[in-house]
Design a protein around this ligand. Sequence first.
Ligand SMILES: *Cc1c(COP(=O)(O)O)cnc(C)c1O
Length: 395
Amino acid sequence: MTNKQYHAETLSVRAGSEATEYGENSEALFLNSSFRFKSAAQAAARFGGQEPGNIYSRFTNPTVTMFQNKLAALEGAEQCVATSSGMSAILACVMGLCIAGDHIVASRSIFGTSVQLFSNIMARWGLLVTYVSLTDPAEWQAAVTPKTKLFFAETPSNPLTEVCDIAALANIAHKADAHLVVDNCFCTPAIQRPLDLGADIIIHSATKYIDGQGRCLGGAVLGSKVLMEPVYGFLRSAGVTMSAFNAWVFLKGLETLHVRMEAHACKALALATWLEKQPQVARVFYPGLASHPQHTLALKQQTSGGGIVSFEVKQKAGQTQQQAAWALIDATALISITANLGDAKSTITHPATTTHSRVSAEARAMAGIQDNLVRIAVGLEHVDDLIADLSLLAK
Ligand SMILES: *Cc1c(COP(=O)(O)O)cnc(C)c1O
């Protein structure tokens, strides 16, 4: 099927799907590690690349290929490389495109584990990273060195939902002969398509909204064929491969991506609007609110504010910031206390002591992540039930 003529919702359901000779209407799960050849000559042609086709599931598998083609169609990317997790997507991207001595400019507010990967692991292999403010293009410009290969941004950021100007950062990166990588995990292509705005590479943790129901780990790197070739080369040798089973789950997840993201965003906006009015809430962070510092930019880049809402809880007398946040979290009965997001089940997290606990207190303070900050990834429950679960805030 040619993708151009169809709307995004249709691509979600139809793109990438291919039936076998049995004509199954739902994608088949190829749970096999290797593929047979008709002859030694065919095996040689497959290994030599003269004949297209599957060899071994570490590097190609029909179910994984269908997932890759569907996600590529949704992001408007030439190629998608599916990986075992979001973190291995970032690893494959950096290992594929950088060499020792190369430099990355990254936003200070990227996913905590991404910071660990860059600063504690990749640094041992000679990669240099400079962290800058997500929202200040001048800082990105100032950080550029002759060795800068990648700009790495996440928008909206976790957990403060800061939004960067993707086109502006792409411009600066391209003038420096660097590529802009955008972690599009919070939005998914249902809300934001970074390549259309000038980004070169997209990272996904499929674990989140692409799955949508908290079942499987997976990730993806997307971009042009030229940029994805070395990323795929790394995956083929290093084996950070997406399992066929997980790809099959994600294929089903992508079919409902648009309706789910619309519902998450609609409920998140209602919850954020309610939170802003509560006496026990000091501040709400949600790109869909007019009070959000980059609200106008967010509405330009995104079709909605997404499903993540963060807020600062006011301390009661004698409480520390952390105690105030923990008291609210512990008073919930419905919302799951877990750090995951993108699930049908709403989740509540205290970033300072979970997702961002390995970040130093100074770095957290610099990023603006206070001890009274709580993040909710709004699921698909009725919003009134979520509000009732946070009743401590109304008191
Ligand atoms: C979860 C997450 C990752 C890492 O993905 P895993 O699938 O857990 O490895 C990367 N970036 C963002 C923004 C995330 O939320």
